[in-house]
Design a protein around this ligand. Structure first.
Ligand SMILES: [Zn+2]
Length: 311
């Protein structure tokens, strides 16, 4: 597991890895990001929808992403859109529209495969192809990456070297929590620089807050959707009090209560279909209550810390 510090406090927070005080983070904004994929790309249904089935599914990603673009335009918010290469190849006009709205295009892989199930060579080829597709469609360079299902974990940190080598300057895939499919619970919780033999890359971990000696996730995906709004509000406030930016994320299918229902395990259906009708309202409330923008415009680069973290 990660060896991050020699001096751990009793609650698991290390002094060396504690975020800087809020004062130094003043003027730093929060980030809203969208993982642009369709409802049938979700890992929850990977056991019932094969990649060869994707072409035959009725796509809703374009309409749902346009609803998010409308909301962001209405609220004058810029966002970072991590686009699945498979989607980008089929909807180039949507990518051009995202770019024209002043948003940042970034990469969410091509095939939405878990990185820790790939070889470095397979990961490199998937990422290279996705980056090329998105850049060609959008007409803008891509320098940010988010792994499918946050699958950069302790034994797939090698992916960061591949990303640096392919020209990515930042990644936002590490979730410093315990979870059945992802997470590096003892990774730094604040923006940090990760050194690799191919150069360094900045990591923007997904937001967590501390409670009862644990890192708890907040402000994204299922956590925004399944848990009460009060949890999100309190968690965001606690993270910000520590000087952490909120890095929020949402999927286009999460604002679509009318999407076709897929068969699957009960737990998958509960995770995917609960509260789909609430996300648009909660997202609006979240974006109205705080200043959110894209990674590109966030200024977060100013608070990136140098740490000795090797997983
Ligand atoms: Zn995804």
């Amino acid at each position: 597991m990660a060896e991050i510090s020699r001096s751990q406090h009793a609650d698991g927070n290390s002094a060396a890895l504690a975020p800087r005080p809020v004062a130094s983070a003043q003027g730093i904004r929060n980030v809203i990001s969208v993982d642009v994929e369709d409802y049938f790309h979700a890992e929850s249904f990977a056991d019932v929808v094969q990649r060869s089935d994707w072409e035959g599914c009725s796509s809703r990603v374009e309409a749902n992403t346009r609803r998010l673009l409308d909301l962001f335009a209405q609220l004058k918010v810029h966002a970072t859109f991590f686009v699945l290469g498979w989607v980008g190849e089929r909807h180039p006009e949507l990518l051009r529209q995202i770019a024209a709205g002043g948003h940042e295009l970034a990469c969410h892989s091509y095939w939405h495969r878990l990185i820790y199930q790939l070889s470095p060579a397979e990961f490199r080829e998937d990422t290279r192809k996705a980056k090329e597709v998105i850049e060609q469609a959008a007409g803008q360079g891509v320098c940010g990456y988010r792994a499918p299902t946050y699958s950069i974990v302790s034994n797939s940190l090698w992916a960061l070297e591949v990303l640096a080598d392919l020209g990515f300057t930042y990644d936002s895939s590490i979730f410093p929590i315990h979870h059945d499919r992802y997470g590096i619970p003892d990774a730094p919780r604040f923006p940090f620089r990760f050194s690799t033999p191919s150069g360094s890359i900045v990591e923007y971990p997904i937001t967590t807050f501390r409670m009862g000696g644990h890192n708890l996730p907040v402000a994204g995906g299922g956590y925004l959707r399944l848990l009460p709004w009060s949890y999100t509000r309190i968690g965001m406030r606690r993270a910000q009090r520590e000087g952490l930016p909120v890095i929020a994320y949402v999927h286009p299918w999460e604002i679509d209560p009318d999407q076709p229902r897929l068969p699957g395990r009960l737990i998958s259906r509960l995770r995917h279909y609960t509260n789909l009708g609430k996300v648009h309202g909660r997202l609006t409330k979240m974006l109205r209550g705080e200043t959110f923008t894209s990674f590109r415009e966030s200024g977060l680069a100013q608070i990136v810390q140098e740490v000795d973290f090797h997983g």
